[in-house]
Each structure stands twice: as structure tokens, then as C-alpha cells.
Design a protein around this ligand. Structure first.
Ligand code: ADP
Length: 480
């Protein structure tokens, strides 16, 4: 085991300088379609009690329906019921706000403590820009002053603007239109043992967690701006990679009778056009947890056929397996928790989707399957190693201000879980000794790349780690 540890630590160290240099060679990265504003709000029992004491009708409604969590928030009572339910159970909960009146009510009654960048694309923009890529283009709509100022202030971070019939790249702070907070993803955070006492209800939170209530009427329908669509087609030659995400805030049904499909179809159509106009642009879809099986199916059917690559975690893999009619493979992963079960699941998903590449990240290891000939597996591994070093550095220090900070991750220990999965996989594949130290094997029509990762025992920050891992592994791992 010790030899294996030394060998992988050596590989991490040897590959870092070359991988850091690769960052400078990436022509440009596009991030769409999910940049938002998070409104952080610590739950204050006295404030909650006051809001409910002020409004008898609201309190009655909340007490009567407590425990019946709505699917979406259509009234102040729905918002408070969701909050109290999450707090009572200590369980994370995320609901979309559907009425503007409720958005205004929440802003008026609760407000927020502070704003921060949110959304997969917003987070990726702020994590990737400091690494020094030549160009990061992020899609943000609406781009108000408040949203623009939440983006990190770096000279390589841009939005796309149409000026005098030309499409130009501009820093968000020089391109915003108007002021205001028109979309907020409230993150109501509560600690363990927080006590709420109102007439008719007493609760103590069993554990710290959060309740997300999001108002995002434009992005909830994924109406990608026409000028952005045309602009990216026009400027696609400037970019090499497109990381797509954000479909998790769609709804199954909208008040006007339309559904998620009407939202997905134009995006799918656009991705197809882009692929045709700019075949060099490698496209990755970053999966997020999507509770609705219908929306997941929509993504499998409409979006995945247009992209090269998919990034997900083990929970998301199980959800997708259920969608493609392979529930028993998902049950195996959940019940057995073995690398064999995970591999069988990935293979089934590859066969169904015919993607070029699927990258799974789990605690302690990453496993990537790709079609032979897509990119050299050593390059894939380089991407995975960089992503793991970056994730370790960020978990350890909480921030990455410059690509030189990535090397902090080298000092973090390899995960015993990852190393034992490597050994189990080697045995399962009946691979030769080389696989244990290289992590590369041929597997039917696929190249398989596995790396044990470095895990920080007491991380300072874990928010958005999956996004950093998938995006950096994809970008560096698919560089020619
Ligand atoms: P999120 O939605 O918060 O991004 P994900 O499950 O998508 O969560 O990604 C989390 C990933 O981060 C895990 O799969 C694991 O690979 C990595 N990770 C988690 N904790 C640590 C840690 N302490 N140190 C390094 N990597 C970690």
C-alpha cells in the first residue's frame, strides 16, 4: 500500500507543472446558463416569531398546513411552511418561488444578510477566472449592477455584449444594464439547536442545514437571450470549451400550461446549431441534483445528445440510471457501494447516451469513461489530477487566488477509500500491475481512467466543489 501511495503522490507532483502550463494554453471557456444571486440569510427566531405574530391569517394557514410541504411556493404561507419543515427535520430543502407577490413579501419581511454569487456558471466563473485562463465568458441574465459586482474582478472574465452590430467581450462591471435585485436564491441557514417558539408551535432544529427558496422567473424558463445566442455563434472561434448547467431550476409545469419541454427544446436546438457551426467547441453538461424524473428525462433525451461530456456524482448517477430503465444498477450502487457497481452503472449510461465522456466524482476517487479516440487517456488523467489537486487546495485553504495556490493541494493525503477502490477495480478488471500505478485501462469500446483523490479531513469550504472538479477536469482533460 505504501508503494502505491508514493507512486500516486509522485504522479500528482510530476504532473502539476505541466498541467498548470496547460491552463495558459486554453483558448477560452464559455459558462452558461446559470449565474444567479444568492441571498444569505441566517434564520432569527425572534424575527420569524414577529412575522407570524403580525399576521393572524398567515399564522393560521401555516399551522394548519405544517408538514405538507408544497412542491412550489405560491404564497407567503408556502414559504414559511417550507422553512419550518426544513428546520423541524434539519433537512435541506429547495423550492422555487412562483409568485412575484411572494418574492416581494419575502424581500420585505426577511430581506437578506448579504449577497453572493450563485448558480453553477456563476460559481465556476469565480473559481476559474483566478486560475488565469485566457478568456472566461459567462452568461448572466439579467446582468444588473448588483449581479455584475458579485463576479470576481479579473481581466479575463467577460460577458458578451452587442454594440453597433458587433459582438464584444466586456468585463461584467463594464456591461451591466440597470440596477436591482430581480432574482434571488434565498439561502436560509440555521444552526443546530435553534429554538423557535410561536403560539401553537415549538421546534428545535436537530441539526444545522439550509432551506433554499429561489425566485428566478427568467432563468426558471431558461430563456437564453437571443443576442447571447447570436453572439456566441459569431465569436465561437475564440473559445474551446463550453460548460453547460442550470436546468435544475426548471419546473415540470408552468402557470400558462407550458412545460419544461418547451424550455428545453430551444436550448437543445441552439446547442445543435452551435455544434454544427463550431465543431471544435467541446461541450460538457454538468449535472445537478434534479428531483423531477420528467425533467431528468428531458435532459437525457434533449440535451445530452448535443454534448460531448457529462459530469456527475454517485447520487446523480443513480438518479439517471432509474431514468434509463436501469433501476437495478442504481440499487446495486446504493446497496453494495462497490466500484464494480459504479462501473456497471457508468457503462450502462455510456451505452444509453452514446456520450464521448462521462466523469464521475465520488468521495476519494474519480472515474472517467470515454470513447476510444476521443482524447488520449493520459490527457484525461492529467485533467483529473489537476482537478483533484485544485479541490484539495480549495478545501484546505478555502480560497484560490492564483493558480500557484493549487500546489497547496499536493500536501494533502490520498484517500484510503479511493486507494482501496483502485485495488478493487484492478482486481475486477484483472488488470496488470501497471493499472494500479497508472489508473488507465482499456474497457471494451472505452478508455477507463481512475484516480484516487486527495481528501482534506476537515475542509474549510466544500460549497461548489463538484463544479470546480468537473469543469477543471473537463477543460484540462480535453486539451489537445
Ligand atoms: P457539490 O454539489 O457541493 O459540489 P458534489 O457531490 O457534486 O457536491 O461534489 C463534491 C465532491 O467534492 C465529491 O465527489 C468529492 O470528490 C469532493 N470532495 C468532497 N469533500 C472533499 C474534501 N474534504 N477534500 C477534497 N475533495 C472533497
Amino acid at each position: 500500500m505504501l508503494e502505491l501511495v508514493d507512486s500516486w503522490n509522485g504522479l500528482y507532483e510530476r504532473s502539476l507543472p505541466e498541467n498548470l502550463a496547460k491552463i495558459d494554453q486554453v483558448p477560452g471557456v464559455v459558462l452558461g446558463f446559470h449565474a444567479t444571486i444568492d441571498g444569505l440569510k441566517a434564520v432569527r427566531p425572534d424575527e420569524l416569531a414577529r412575522i407570524l405574530a403580525e399576521d393572524d391569517a398567515l399564522r393560521q394557514e401555516v399551522l394548519e398546513s405544517l408538514g405538507q410541504v408544497p412542491l412550489e411556493i405560491n404564497s407567503p404561507a408556502d414559504l414559511v411552511i417550507g422553512l419550518l419543515d426544513s428546520m423541524q427535520k434539519g433537512k435541506a430543502l429547495q423550492l422555487m418561488i412562483r409568485s412575484e407577490e411572494t418574492f416581494n413579501w419575502t424581500m420585505d419581511k426577511f430581506g437578506y444578510d448579504r449577497l453572493r454569487i450563485g448558480g453553477t456558471s456563476g460559481n465556476m466563473a469565480n473559481y476559474l477566472a483566478p486560475l488565469g485562463f485566457a478568456k472566461i465568458l459567462v452568461y448572466a441574465n439579467p446582468l444588473t449592477k448588483e449581479q455584475a459586482e458579485l463576479f470576481i474582478d479579473k481581466p479575463n472574465l467577460f460577458v458578451l455584449v452587442e454594440e453597433d452590430g458587433k459582438f464584444v467581450l466586456k468585463p461584467p462591471r463594464k456591461a451591466y444594464e440597470g440596477e436591482g435585485v430581480y432574482a434571488v436564491h434565498w439561502i436560509f441557514e440555521y444552526p443546530t439547536d435553534l429554538k423557535v417558539k410561536i403560539p401553537g408551535l415549538e421546534l428545535t432544529t436537530p441539526r444545522a442545514n439550509r432551506y433554499i427558496a429561489a425566485w428566478n422567473p427568467i432563468n426558471n424558463r431558461l430563456q437564453v437571450r437571443e443576442d447571447f445566442k447570436r453572439g456566441l455563434l459569431d465569436r465561437a472561434a475564440d473559445f474551446s470549451h463550453f460548460v453547460i448547467s442550470g436546468f435544475h431550476i426548471l419546473s415540470e409545469n408552468y402557470p400558462d400550461g407550458s412545460t419544461y419541454r418547451e424550455c428545453l427544446l430551444p436550448v437543445a436546438d441552439y446547442l445543435g446549431q452551435l455544434k454544427e457551426a463550431a465543431p471544435h467547441l467541446k461541450q460538457h453538461y454538468e449535472f445537478a441534483s434534479i428531483a423531477s424524473p420528467k425533467i431528468r428525462q428531458g435532459i437525457v433525451d434533449l440535451i445530452l445528445p448535443h454534448v460531448d461530456s457529462l459530469g456527475l456524482n454517485e447520487v446523480e448517477l443513480c438518479a439517471l440510471l432509474r431514468n434509463i430503465g436501469r433501476a437495478s444498477l442504481a440499487e446495486d450502487i446504493e446497496a453494495q457501494d462497490t466500484i464494480q457497481a459504479v462501473l456497471a452503472g457508468l457503462v450502462a449510461l455510456m451505452e444509453h447516451t452514446k456520450l464521448n465522456r462521462i466523469h464521475l466524482h465520488d468521495l476519494g476517487y474519480y472515474l472517467c469513461l470515454q470513447q476510444k479516440g476521443f482524447v488520449p487517456p493520459k490527457q484525461t488523467r492529467a485533467g483529473l489530477l489537476l482537478a483533484a489537486t485544485l479541490a484539495a487546495a480549495r478545501s484546505l485553504t478555502g480560497r484560490i487566488d492564483d493558480k500557484a495556490d493549487i500546489k497547496e493541494g499536493l500536501g494533502v493525503d490520498l484517500s484510503p477509500r479511493g486507494l482501496s477502490r483502485l485495488q478493487a477495480l484492478a482486481a475486477h478488471l484483472e488488470a496488470d500491475q501497471g493499472f494500479l500505478t497508472e489508473g488507465i485501462a482499456s474497457y471494451g469500446p472505452y478508455d477507463l481512467v481512475f484516480i484516487p483523490t486527495k481528501i482534506v479531513p476537515k475542509p474549510v469550504l466544500t460549497v461548489g466543489l463538484g463544479d470546480i472538479i468537473s469543469s477543471s477536469a473537463f477543460i484540462i482533460g480535453t486539451m489537445e
